[in-house]
Design a protein around this ligand. Structure first.
Ligand code: SAM
Length: 224
């Protein structure tokens, strides 16, 4: 039998999550109540290997194998917030990785389609979604730079890897009124770019900061 603090640390880490949200998310200006609630709810430590769980609530990315990373919590919260998620929305994520960002989005919208090119990561993420009963997340293995045309159009698209530019296929798969957030620019650093398609189908984009993401590799991304 352990004491209650240890039990909480081992089983759920709620106190660490609350501290993360307070110190990394709210103090940096994120005030979308749905995003805050989702970041408090989704157990980030369950999206990394056991050996990294004690670091899961630190202010940075972590390795997830295959040379890939789970993004910094603040960046996930920022990207989710600028997409202005609504309960009935259908979202697309490119770059499932650990599954964490898709899980955060899945608490905010009706369904999340997520694509991962690395089969082993996609399978691990799917296993986590099954275990945590996040059953409004649909995973596909493949090149997400081309989007998921069969399920388009989407209200929101979150690209979790750095692209040389904004893929035309993804712009086409946004609904009028839809939002996309994508790191775009050179491989060494990117502009986190918010792209909006207005009701008339016109595209408006703005940079909301500089970020460093692993590359989006695919037909409308970087070549390998
Ligand atoms: N969203 C992830 C999470 O919450 O753990 C982090 C994603 S990680 C920064 C970027 C991911 O994009 C990697 O897992 C990588 O394999 C994947 N990726 C790169 N190019 C891709 C492509 N064209 N289609 C799908 N996934 C891609």
């Amino acid at each position: 039998m352990g004491n209650s603090h240890c039990d909480e640390t081992i089983s759920d880490r709620q106190a660490e999550r609350e501290q993360m949200v307070r110190e990394q998310i709210i103090t940096r200006g994120i005030n979308n109540s749905g995003v805050i609630k989702s970041m408090l709810e989704v157990p980030r430590h369950r999206f990394v290997a056991a050996s990294h769980q004690s670091m899961a609530y630190m202010d940075g990315p972590l390795p997830i194998g295959e040379g890939q990373t789970i993004s910094q919590p603040y960046i996930v919260a920022l990207m989710a917030a600028v997409l202005e998620p609504q309960a009935a929305d259908r979202f697309l994520e490119i770059g499932t990785g650990s599954g964490y960002a898709a899980a955060v989005l899945s608490r905010l919208v009706s369904v999340v389609y997520t694509i991962e090119r690395c089969e082993s990561l996609a399978r691990q993420a799917q296993a986590r979604f099954n275990e945590m009963k996040y059953d409004n997340i649909k995973v596909r293995i493949g090149d997400g730079s081309k989007g998921w045309p069969e399920e388009a159009p989407f209200d929101g698209i979150l690209v979790s890897a750095g692209a040389p530019g904004i893929p035309d296929s993804l712009i086409k798969q946004l609904k009028p009124g839809g939002r996309m957030v994508i790191p775009a620019g050179p491989k060494s650093y990117q502009q986190l770019t918010l792209v909006k398609k207005d009701a008339a189908g016109e595209i408006h984009s703005e940079s909301i900061g500089t970020v460093v993401f692993v590359p989006l590799i695919g037909k409308e991304g970087w070549s390998e």
